[in-house]
Ligand binder design. Structure first.
Ligand code: DSN
Length: 425
């Protein structure tokens, strides 16, 4: 019988060899590197199935039970499942699982809770914060008046005295608390007190730590902040996207600000992926993985601190309480991008960001940010992170170029014990 629509059933290899080749190349790249990029992770193979599923075919503008399209009975259930699992995972009253990203989530929260021109107080990006909390290069800074707080020079911890002083002086409508480069716990209650004193809304962006929060291994801002946002693809290990949590009384405003306020139709295949990720994050295996993530970061920090004299890289704050280890490469006299090249040469990916009081100007500065979430997902535990720390120390040390082949071999041996997506490709 004639296939009336051959393109609907042909595999990618047949339909588009060029693109299929690129997908194979990315899989090979991911398998052949050790990923220490602190904001990345590996999704379960089942999640690839969900994101590549027929859910992508559906328009579903609106919310479960109130859509602008017919035929939403199944995607309604998918979204209800994702919402219920998000609320159960974080102990939240309401979840919006439609934001396309963390940035979209943050913009929607501002649209819901502030008026254009209002002052927004956020954590400076060059001190570890995120641009969408205040910056003129983002929609936030275009629509609102951004003011920033910082970390202290002496201990590199967030300066709560400055936050309080700025809040009193600037009377922000919204205070954001959340970071993309930081290694210590946050005192959300202290931020709450400051917000209450000046009548501000407190928004916690827990993008990096949401997996740790879900596992009870980092302080939770849920129930302390008025609203929490997070990305689903960092420590949670889900598909790319964002989620907003809030109290029931804010649910209507938040939902209206996401759709139709700042986004078009949702991505049902991504929402399906969130349902899977939030479900998996309630299982014991997730807690065990988060424990390895945290412990691995402590081990990595310890090994790198032991080698600080040779590498001329200091461990910022002397250690970590998160999945991140941040190295200050400024004693090397060159920016962190050179350190990145050294790691790349031995098969390790990381990324560079500016540090507070950074002597090296520019968007990458002297901060070498390492994160353990992706490799913990791949199966690494303390022993592997210790060996990886030695490899990094060698790659950054005085004999680095001369040792690249040896270190790349050790990195390959480490990888070989933890095959990525066996059988895929
Ligand atoms: N891009 C994310 C990170 O790397 O931390 C923040 O948006």
């Amino acid at each position: 019988m004639r296939d009336p629509a051959p393109e609907l059933s042909a595999p990618l290899e047949e339909l588009d060899r060029e693109l299929a080749g690129l997908l194979r190349a990315e899989l090979a790249r991911e398998r052949a590197t050790l990923n220490l990029i602190a904001s990345e992770n590996f999704v379960p193979r089942a999640l690839l199935e969900v994101q590549g599923s027929v859910l992508t075919n559906k328009y579903a503008d609106g919310y479960p039970g109130a859509r602008e399209y017919d035929g939403c009975e199944v995607v309604d259930e998918v979204e209800r499942l994702a919402i219920a699992r998000a609320c159960a995972l974080f102990g939240a009253e309401h979840a919006n699982v439609q934001p396309y990203s963390g940035a979209s989530a943050n913009f929607a929260v501002l649209r819901a809770l502030a008026a254009p021109g209002d002052t927004v107080l956020g954590w400076d990006f060059t001190h570890g914060g995120h641009p969408t909390h205040y910056d003129r290069d983002t929609l936030t800074g275009v629509l609102y008046r951004g003011v920033t707080y910082h970390v202290r020079r002496d201990d590199r911890l967030v300066d709560l005295d400055e936050v309080a002083a700025l809040a009193r002086a600037e009377r922000p409508r919204v205070i954001f608390v959340g970071w993309c480069l930081y290694t210590r716990h946050l005192d959300y209650r202290a931020f709450r007190e400051i917000a209450d004193e000046v009548g501000a809304v407190l928004v916690a962006d827990m993008a990096h730590v949401s997996g740790l929060v879900a596992a009870g291994m980092y302080p939770s801002p849920v129930g302390i902040a008025d609203v929490c946002t997070f990305t689903t693809h960092k420590t949670v290990g889900g598909g790319r996207g964002g989620t907003i949590l809030c109290r029931q009384e804010l649910a209507g405003r938040i939902d209206a600000a996401v759709y139709p306020g700042s986004q078009g139709g949702p991505l049902p295949h991504v929402i399906g992926a969130h349902a899977l990720a939030f479900g998996l994050a309630r299982r014991p295996a997730f807690r065990e993985r988060m424990a390895r993530t945290l412990s691995g970061a402590r081990v990595l920090a310890g090994v790198l601190a032991d080698h600080a004299t040779e590498t001329r890289c200091d461990v910022v704050t002397g250690g970590t309480e998160t999945h991140q280890v941040v190295l200050d490469t400024s004693p090397r006299g060159v920016g962190a991008s050179t350190a990145l090249e050294d790691l790349h040469a031995v098969g390790v990916n990381a990324n560079a960001l500016p540090l507070a009081f950074d002597p090296v100007p520019g968007p990458t500065g002297s901060g070498l940010r390492l994160g353990t979430a992706a490799l913990a997902t791949r199966g690494f535990a303390d022993a592997e992170f210790a060996e990886l720390g030695e490899i990094l120390a060698g790659a950054l040390g005085p004999a680095r170029g001369a040792r690249h082949a040896e270190l790349a071999g050790r990195a390959e041996a480490l990888r070989a014990g933890f095959p990525l997506y066996p059988g895929l490709g």
